[in-house]
Design a protein around this ligand. Structure first.
Ligand SMILES: *Cc1c(COP(=O)(O)O)cnc(C)c1O
Length: 368
C-alpha cells in the first residue's frame, strides 16, 4: 500500500543533499579512488572528532565493529560477555562468533540494560560487557564504567543507534575500550549500503583494526600481522558519509523537534508510554521514537492500515529463536515491551503536515 507517511524515505533524503552527494560521487569516480583512499581517511578523522575520540577506523558493518572489538580485546572460548536481552541480534552474534558465551541481562524502562541487574550476572569467567545505546539514548555509562572497573571488565559500546548522543556532554562511543558504529542506510547516519566503524582512544586497537580489516596486512610494509578479514569501509561510501555527517547536527535538532511535537500531542494518552525520561544529563537524539502500547498489534495495525508506516522491533525477542541456542533466564521487562513496542515515523524527510497526520491518526485510534 502507498503510505501517507513513510517510516524512512531515503530517496527524498538524497534529493535534500543531491548536489553535495553528486559532487562527491564524481570526485571519487573520476579519481578512481575506490579502496582505502583519502575520502575514507577524511571521514575517519571527522567521525573521531564528532564522537570525541582520538581514532576512528572504517569497517563494513556494525556487526564487524563489534566482532573486531572483541578480537582486539582477545575475547574468545571460555569467556563470558554480558549483553542486553533486548537489542538487535548482531550484538549477541558477534560474541558467539568469537567463541565466547553471551550472558543476557534484562533491560529497564528506557530500553537499555538494567544496571541494577548486571552484577548478579557476573561470574569468574566474565571478561566484557557490551552496553547497547538503543534508539538514540545512552545506557547508564557512569554506572557501567564503575561496575567494569570493580570487576576488571572490558567495555565495548554498541553505539550503532546513537551517533550524536551523550551523557554530561561526553559522547556515545567515547567511554569504552571501543565504540561500535553502523552506517546501515536507516541509521541516524546511513550510507547507501552497509558500513560501520569503531572509535577508540587506544592507538594499538586502532592499528589492530586497520590491519585486520585488510586481511591482517600492514599496507606500507606488506607484512601480515595475523589472519585477518576483508571488512573495509568502501571509499565511495565514506565520501557519502562524510557529506551526511556535516548535516547530522542540524538533522538531530529536527529529530528533537519532532519528538517534542509527539510528546506534547500524546502526553494525555495514558495507554502510551513515551520515550522521554527527563534526565537532563542524558541527551536523546531519537534515532527511533519507540512508544509502548498495551494494545500491541491492534495499535500498530491500525496505524499501518491508515497510511502510517511503523516498525516493530521486536515482537519476538532474539533469545526465543530456537536456532540461536541462547539461555532464557527470564527477562520480564523485555517480554513485556516486546508485546507493546511500536516505532513511529521519525526522520528528517517528513514535513510538518506528515507529523500532524501521524498525530491525528494516533489520537483517532484512542477515540480522541
Ligand atoms: C544496526 C545495529 C547493529 C548492526 O549493524 P550492521 O551495520 O547492520 O551490521 C548492531 N547493533 C545495533 C544495536 C544495531 O542497531
Amino acid at each position: 500500500m502507498a503510505y501517507k507517511v513513510r517510516f524512512v524515505n531515503p530517496g527524498k533524503n538524497y534529493l535534500m543533499i543531491k548536489d553535495e552527494i553528486d559532487r562527491s560521487y564524481f570526485d571519487v569516480m573520476t579519481k578512481g579512488d575506490l579502496i582505502d583512499r583519502g575520502h575514507l581517511k577524511s571521514f575517519e578523522e571527522n567521525l573521531a572528532r564528532f564522537v570525541g575520540t582520538k581514532y576512528a577506523v572504517g569497517l563494513n558493518s556494525g556487526y564487524d565493529a563489534l566482532h573486531m572489538s572483541l578480537r582486539a580485546a582477545g575475547i574468545g572460548q571460555g569467556d563470558e560477555v554480558i549483553v542486553p536481552a533486548h537489542t538487535f541480534v548482531a550484538t549477541c552474534s558477534a560474541v558467539v562468533n568469537v567463541g565466547a558465551t553471551p550472558v543476557l541481562v534484562d533491560v529497564a524502562k528506557d530500553f537499555n540494560i538494567d544496571v541494577n541487574k548486571i552484577e548478579e550476572a557476573i561470574t569468574s569467567k566474565t571478561r566484557a560487557i557490551i552496553p547497547v545505546h538503543l534508539n538514540g539514548y545512552m545506557a547508564d555509562m557512569p554506572r557501567i564504567m564503575e561496575i567494569a572497573e570493580k570487576f576488571n571488565l572490558v567495555v565495548i559500546e554498541d553505539a550503532c543507534q546513537s551517533l550524536g548522543s551523550s551523557i554530561d556532554g561526553k559522547g556515545a562511543g567515547s567511554w569504552g575500550f571501543t565504540g561500535c558504529w553502523s552506517f546501515y542506510p536507516f541509521k541516524i547516519l546511513g550510507g547507501y549500503g552497509d558500513g560501520g566503524a569503531i572509535t577508540t582512544n587506544d592507538p594499538d586497537v586502532a592499528l589492530f583494526a586497520r590491519r585486520m580489516r585488510y586481511n591482517g596486512e600492514d599496507r606500507e610494509t606488506g607484512e601480515y600481522y595475523g589472519h585477518g578479514f576483508t571488512c573495509l569501509l568502501d571509499n565511495l561510501q565514506a565520501a557519502f558519509l562524510d557529506v551526511k555527517l556535516r548535516h547530522l547536527p542540524s538533522w538531530i535538532v529536527r529529530r528533537k523537534q519532532i519528538a517534542e511535537r509527539y510528546r506534547k500531542a500524546f502526553s494525555d494518552i495514558s495507554d502510551l508510554m513515551l520515550p522521554h525520561y527527563d534526565n537532563p544529563r542524558f541527551d536523546h537524539v531519537y534515532q527511533n521514537y519507540v512508544v509502548r502500547s498495551k494494545q500491541g498489534d491492534a495499535f500498530s495495525d491500525y496505524l499501518k492500515k491508515n497510511g502510517v508506516e511503523v516498525l516493530i522491533q521486536f515482537r519476538k525477542p532474539y533469545y526465543k529463536h530456537e536456532a540461536l541456542k541462547l539461555t532464557d533466564r527470564g527477562f520480564p521487562e523485555t517480554e513485556a515491551l516486546s508485546r507493546e513496542v511500536c516505532s513511529l515515523p521519525m526522520n528528517v524527510e517528513m514535513d510538518d503536515e506528515q507529523i500532524e497526520y501521524v498525530i491525528k491518526t494516533v489520537r483517532t485510534f484512542y477515540g480522541l
